[in-house]
Design a protein around this ligand. Structure first.
Ligand SMILES: Nc1nc2c(ncn2[C@@H]2O[C@H](COP(=O)(O)OP(=O)(O)OP(=O)(O)O)[C@@H](O)[C@H]2O)c(=O)[nH]1
Ligand SMILES: [Mg+2]
Length: 276
């Protein structure tokens, strides 16, 4: 049932997969990388809902698609706080303890498109900058490399950022050195930059963009001179706050009009980016 709905809302995606010349039953493999807490797992949960429901009003009435569990705090219309547990607490791959890096190991989530003949595989990864320190980052990187080493093909690498990130140089350099240097140089052509939490910057990449450009210029200037494209074509701006909002209303939390409006707008903008 869910995959049929997804199929009908992803016709744009189907058109775009034509030039990949995929055979039936093949996977489009997309790796998600980014700092812990940037919103990789939420991005996957959100995408599942953007592709399932045609619009926000429908999503409000239907059951939320939850692929990855999480926990969050929301404020209702009377300024009271509620802890919302989203999905099963039994999923060992997510640590829901406050202040901890959530995703523990690489795990993929598959979205069927084109009548289920083509499958988009989104690969969730543990965040860089793990709260347990750099040794854990190294273990996580090795696990990511092991995982992608088993894939027949990797079609895209998505780097996720927040629009205001002063530590971009440190962590992006780490990601680049550890992951990209172990892949073929041509992998740089399939890099996509996804910005989360962008409502505050009017759905734009904000101050992170110039510092990202600087890091990319630096990578190009030094051997092996990897040229990473960065333009409107491979930059996407999301705000996936509506996922949390929808999870809360399904638990009976009531919000005021402006909050609903704000989440509606974030949903609409993010669906547009998703289809793009
Ligand atoms: N407002 C807003 N909150 C977001 C967005 N994306 C994620 N969040 C919140 O940010 C927190 C962290 O999100 P996660 O999806 O767990 O982040 P992650 O990158 O998977 O983190 P790790 O698994 O630790 O690497 C959660 O409380 C999300 O609800 C967004 O676009 N907007
Ligand atoms: Mg995660």
């Amino acid at each position: 049932m869910r995959s049929q709905k997804m199929t009908s809302y992803s016709s744009n995606l189907v058109k775009k997969t034509k030039d990949l010349k995929l055979k039936d039953d093949q996977f489009i493999n997309i790796l998600l990388l980014g700092e812990t807490g940037v919103g990789k797992s939420t991005f996957i949960n959100s995408l599942a809902n953007y592709l399932t429901y045609s619009d926000f009003k429908k999503a409000e009435k239907e059951t939320l698609v939850i692929l990855i569990p999480s926990k969050c705090e929301v404020k209702d219309k009377h300024d009271e706080y509620h802890i919302i547990n989203i999905g099963s607490e039994e999923d060992q791959n997510e640590c829901l303890d406050t202040g901890m890096s959530a995703t523990q190991d690489v795990k993929s989530y598959v979205f069927p498109i084109s009548n289920g003949n083509i499958k988009v595989r989104l690969i969730d990864t543990p965040g860089i900058g793990d709260v347990r320190g750099v040794a854990q980052d190294n273990i996580n990187c090795e696990n990511i490399l092991d995982y992608i080493g088993q894939l027949h093909e990797l079609h895209a690498i998505c780097y996720l950022f927040k629009p205001t990130n002063p530590r971009i140089t440190v962590y992006f350099d780490y990601c680049m050195t550890q992951i990209l240097s172990r892949l073929d140089k041509s992998a740089s052509k399939n890099i996509i930059f996804i910005f989360t939490n962008t409502r505050g910057t009017d759905y734009s990449p904000g101050d992170t963009f110039p510092s990202l450009q600087k890091v990319i210029d630096g990578i190009k200037a030094k051997p092996p001179h990897v040229d990473i494209p960065l333009s409107r074509k491979n930059v996407f701006c999301f705000d996936n706050e509506a996922f949390r909002y929808l999870a809360a209303i399904q638990k009976g939390v009531a919000f005021d009009g402006p909050t609903k409006q704000r989440n509606h707008e974030s949903w609409k903008r993010s669906v547009q980016q998703c289809l793009r």
